[in-house]
Design a protein around this ligand. Structure first.
Ligand SMILES: *[C@@H]1O[C@H](CO)[C@@H](O)[C@H](O)[C@H]1NC(C)=O
Length: 351
């Protein structure tokens, strides 16, 4: 007689096969700052955290994971679009292990930048250290899936980098050191040099499919608009910062072209969120938003992290009406729109 469990088991196996076959890359591997941090800062002694309510209230299970949003962030949506898990776990999160990381892992740290001096400001993980964690990950991956399979995963994985905003807003324009040493144009070149070296190191460690993220229109973040207002310029976007982002993105784009020439077999793309993001801020109603100038959390003007906690009475009830969740970070809905845009227009070369 047939085992009554057999049909169920067959279905389960088919489902697993189908899922594996449908995945377009074996893993998504993430480097960067709070735009992509899935909770690594929870394990650091820094003030820059978000592992408490109302952060994550629209995430699976309403969990405050340490993502700087009410829900998911772009790598989560990208991972899902590539047929993998609908979220990418943080490397330092004790809830996960190499078993989970073999299909996706995040080394990003909120508050960090290309410049070592940027990560020092709030004692977070410098970019070079993210790469050290990645080397450590490779060792664990080889032990877990075997050297051959690990090499395949390392070569075929999609690598996402999203970093740079803090170098300007948290460091260059806030702390005196860098401004006395570099003009903003020279500082951009300094950062692009670090970006290039980082990508080369990743390449020599075996990575081939890499997405370098551009800067958003950072003069339109609610915090910058508030600062603009306080200095008497009205609460529009800070044009100066948007121009810096545009120039920097132009240089990153040049770096991408250059490295594609230089490094055989690399497939480096430039994931630039600037234009779609600016369109959302300029015409929020076209995307179903009601508010773009202020954030959902707290007064929406300057709060993030601990100032945006569950005791703040002003937090909005429906974050999907807001382009921004806190004064520095997009709402889940904005993250979703931007991730979809990048998947459709840039990352689709890896399908
Ligand atoms: C940043 O710090 C690391 C570790 O000390 C060092 O290896 C690297 O050269 C530094 N980067 C720059 C651009 O100074």
């Amino acid at each position: 007689m047939a085992n009554p469990n057999t049909p169920w088991l067959m279905w389960a196996q088919l489902l697993i096969l189908a899922t594996t076959a449908a995945a377009k890359v074996p893993a998504v591997i993430v480097f960067g700052d709070s735009s992509v941090d899935a909770g690594n800062n929870n394990q650091l002694s820094t003030v820059l955290k978000s592992n408490f309510k109302p952060y994550g209230r629209d995430f699976f299970g309403g969990r405050s994971t340490g993502r700087f949003s009410n829900g998911r962030i772009p790598p989560d949506f990208i991972s899902e679009a590539f047929g993998l898990r609908p979220f990418v776990p943080a490397y330092l999160d004790p809830m996960y292990s190499i078993k989970d990381f073999s299909t996706g892992v995040c080394f990003a740290s909120a508050g960090t930048g290309y410049d070592n001096a940027t990560s020092d400001v709030l004692s977070v993980i410098p970019l070079w250290k993210e790469l050290e964690y990645y080397k450590d990950y490779q060792t664990k991956l080889k032990a877990y899936v075997g050297v051959r399979r690990a090499h395949t995963i390392i070569r075929e994985a999609l690598y996402l980098m999203s970093i740079g905003t803090n170098d300007f807003l948290e460091n260059y324009y806030t702390i005196p050191g860098r401004q006395s040493r570099y003009t903003v144009d020279q500082y951009q070149d300094f950062l692009v040099g670090i970006a290039g070296n980082f990508i080369k190191e990743l390449y020599f460690l075996g990575a081939r499919k890499i997405s370098l993220g551009g800067l958003p229109p950072m003069g339109c973040l609610p915090l910058e608009r508030t600062t603009n207002f306080v200095s008497g310029n009205g609460n529009g976007c800070v044009e100066k910062y948007n121009i810096v982002a545009l120039n920097f993105n132009g240089k990153l784009n040049g770096l991408v072209a250059k490295l594609n020439q230089e490094l055989p077999g690399i497939r480096l793309v430039f994931s630039n969120p600037y234009n779609p993001f600016l369109q959302i801020v300029r015409k929020p109603s076209a995307y179903g938003f009601e508010v773009a100038a202020a954030a959902c959390c707290a007064t929406g003007m300057f709060e993030m992290g601990y100032m945006c906690d569950q005791y703040n009475p002003f937090t909005c009830t429906d974050a999907s009406k807001y382009v921004f969740w806190d004064s520095f970070h997009p709402s889940e809905k904005t993250n979703h729109i931007l991730a979809d845009y990048l998947v459709k227009h840039v990352l689709n070369v890896f399908f």
